[in-house]
Design a protein around this ligand. Structure first.
Ligand code: ADP
Length: 311
């Protein structure tokens, strides 16, 4: 995958086949699922003693081009599940297959792009040079790197900021640079862990629309961790609802809102019905919600900062 990126211009001209609920919804496809998670458990141990059972009996198939959100209370294992898919940690039991390979092989093949809550950009490099970084590591030659970085920065509408440094950008713009960098080598799957959790509400809503546009233009399969019910419903083709420790999938809500989703979507009756459905599914799992539809607590910021470099 890494050596043969999708030309974004062509991908933009030919969006993925869309249904009412977006590209390729539902379980599996003729070519089989992009991600198949079967019987995954995860326990964390210390000194040979299990201290946390983080995940239990997780089964999930993700089809090509789906946008899947994982939602649940803090500590229910959402990030751990994403990290298992991305081969940043291994399951204690069960298997993960990505494009028919092990997660480890998929990571080696650069099938993943990763975006975390903290954008993890290098302040001493320009915006353009930050996006070029993974391509440098892959050994792309200079002109190819430049062309690709500029194409990606155009995709996230930052062409006017190529020579800026990250500290000169707003939080939302920094996160767009991180998305451009993650997409630079055309990964088959984009793993996003609370990417907009540190942004204010209005910026977050704008970023939600941005990420949907990028998803439609590239056809990338996205796994997205969030605490926000409105965000999960607005973005996803399916919302995977998880219960508290040990994290289990208690419900999968199909989001049959039409594409493209716009500000009007947020005011539609069906949107409110789906937000209610997800909220009730979370409550049935025993979760606390606040008035903004946010599941209790916030993401663990420190760990995502460190791991952002892995993307
Ligand atoms: P979420 O993303 O849903 O907030 P996490 O996946 O971060 O949840 O964590 C799930 C559970 O696993 C939590 O109880 C957390 O404390 C624990 N956990 C996560 N990572 C580690 C680790 N490296 N060592 C020990 N416990 C961990």
């Amino acid at each position: 995958m890494s050596g043969d990126p999708i030309p974004m211009t062509d991908a933009a001209a030919t969006p993925p086949a869309t249904s009412a609920a977006g590209p390729a919804t539902g379980q599996g496809s003729a070519a089989g699922p992009v991600v198949r998670i079967q019987g995954v458990d995860k326990t964390f141990s210390r000194g040979g003693r299990v201290v946390t059972k983080a995940l239990e009996a997780i089964d999930l198939d993700v089809a090509q081009g789906e946008f899947i959100s994982l939602i649940g209370p803090s500590g229910c294992g959402k990030s751990t599940l994403l990290r298992i898919v991305g081969d940043l940690t291994s399951p204690s039991a069960g298997t993960v297959n990505v494009n028919g390979k092990t997660a480890q092989q998929a990571r080696r093949d650069r099938d993943y792009g990763m975006v975390f809550q903290a954008p993890v950009l290098f302040d001493w490099r320009t915006v353009e040079d930050n996006v070029k970084l993974p391509l440098e590591i892959l050994g792309w030659d200079g002109p190819r790197r430049t062309a690709r970085a500029r194409e990606m920065l155009e995709l996230v509408e930052l062409s006017d900021f190529l020579q800026h440094h990250p500290y000169q950008l707003s939080g939302g713009m920094q996160q767009r640079v991180a998305i451009a960098r993650a997409l630079a080598f055309a990964p088959a799957i984009l793993l996003m862990d609370e990417p907009f959790g540190a942004l204010d509400e209005m910026t977050r809503e704008r970023m939600n629309s941005e990420v949907l546009r990028i998803w439609q233009q590239t056809g990338t399969t996205i796994l997205f961790v969030t605490h926000s019910i409105p965000e999960a419903v607005f973005l996803s083709s399916r919302v995977v609802v998880m219960s508290a420790r040990p994290g289990r999938i208690t419900r999968i809500v199909d989001v049959d809102l039409s594409q493209p989703r716009t500000e009007d979507t947020r005011e539609s009756r069906r949107y409110f019905e789906l937000v209610t459905e997800v909220r009730e599914a979370l409550r049935a799992g025993g979760d606390d919600l606040d008035d903004a539809g946010t599941v209790n607590g916030t993401a663990s910021f420190g760990r995502t900062t460190v791991e952002g470099a892995a993307g």
